[in-house]
Design a protein around this ligand. Sequence first.
Ligand code: PEP
Length: 249
Amino acid sequence: MTRRMLIAGNWKMHGLRSDLGFFDQLEPQAALAAAAGVDVLVCPPATLLAPVAGHCGDSAILIGAQDCHTNSSGAHTGDVSAGMVRDAGAGYVILGHSERRSDHGETSALVCAKAEAAIMAGLIPIICVGETREQREAGEAFGIVGAQLAASLPAAARMAVIAYEPVWAIGTGLTASPSDVAQMHAFIRTRLPRPAGTRILYGGSVKPGNAGELMALDDVDGALVGGASLDIGQFGAIIDAAIHGCAAQ
Ligand code: PEP
């Protein structure tokens, strides 16, 4: 089965309506990428979902959120539901990012419940897993990632995307070595209910300089990009690396 590549930008808590011009610059490349078998997704903060969706119209740029609540509505001040995210124009939602696991104490059970809510609302969840530096150094990386996957992925997750993001590589400039990434992605694939049809992204300081090498690995189906996705030049170069990787296959 051929899996389409996915290059996803996680804008975290960055972006205002004055940044919408970014999408005009991205659009031609997203169209080129889509034709070459590479999906381009941007996940802005919740406040920008509807403005970005309105601005992009029916362009090739896919839009995602960075979180959603487990409930469809209710007394949950400050939260947004999966249905609201969908209604704002998103098709994807990042769940269980390590910053949410650490900043908000999110457990894998909660991530699983959010993923179920997302799927019910018609969103594709991007479920993040990854070990800390201490866990890797203690030889626990595979056990930790295996346990996170087992507990975070709903049984009915036909359309889920997995993002392997070693916590120590996020925003640090450190990247896992290609051989570590290859081993972990191969391991993750063996743990999936739909191994051949599920996209596994790598995330953690992906930059133009390392994207080509990482995207060329067999079980790497794209990237979840934080810092570099805020810069059209860098994000564009990462998308280019994915397009060239597809063309080379
Ligand atoms: C991320 O936020 O998911 C991420 C991988 O960030 P960065 O690319 O900045 O390391």
